[in-house]
Design a protein around this ligand. Sequence first.
Ligand SMILES: C[S@@+](CC[C@H](N)C(=O)[O-])C[C@H]1O[C@@H](n2cnc3c(N)ncnc32)[C@H](O)[C@@H]1O
Length: 194
Amino acid sequence: MRQKFQNASSFIKKMVKSPQEIGAVMPSGKNLCRSMAQHIGVDENEIYVEVGVGTGVMTRALVEAGIPQENLYLFESEEGFIAELKEKFPKANVIHGDAQFLQKYLCQKGIGKVSKIVSSLPFKSLPKPVAANILEQFDMILKPNGKIVQFTYAVNEPYPRSFKNIYGFTANRKNYIAKNIPPATVWLYTRSAI
Ligand SMILES: C[S@@+](CC[C@H](N)C(=O)[O-])C[C@H]1O[C@@H](n2cnc3c(N)ncnc32)[C@H](O)[C@@H]1O
């Protein structure tokens, strides 16, 4: 309970400062986090990139699902979250960085392409050129048959339609999580096999 309150309080402070980048009123609830972890799937041999980590509620669900912390590369642009993420996930790779430069950061860590991306980025509220740059990075770092799990508060798809056509992905609407503030839908993007 205390942890939940701390997560919410540090989140709300950042939200007041930069609403467009945070794009949410509260950290995601447990049901949403578990659904995201379930749909991206657990593979102890794979590297996972998480973008838009915030206070780490999604990361907690990934770890609880069985993904080793060492396999997690956590990207968060808001500096105020970084120390708490490092404290909560001491074995994970916490990177204070902009998701527009994922490939560069991963390359610096000796990582090439990955199979799994877990994204909580608020694509609907990010400036269009920023969103386009990030989607281009997703394409650049994902292996063939790689997957992206993304939630949205909107009724329609989280990414522009052009994303699927340009980069060759299929999109599948997964769970609707009514018990979240606000309610959210989980989407799974899979790169079409070439
Ligand atoms: C909707 S919050 C999600 C936080 C947490 N994952 C959750 O589900 O509660 C979006 C997060 O994305 C971060 N963010 C926004 N733009 C970013 C960018 N370009 N690169 C990395 N993180 C970004 C924000 O700082 C914020 O922490």
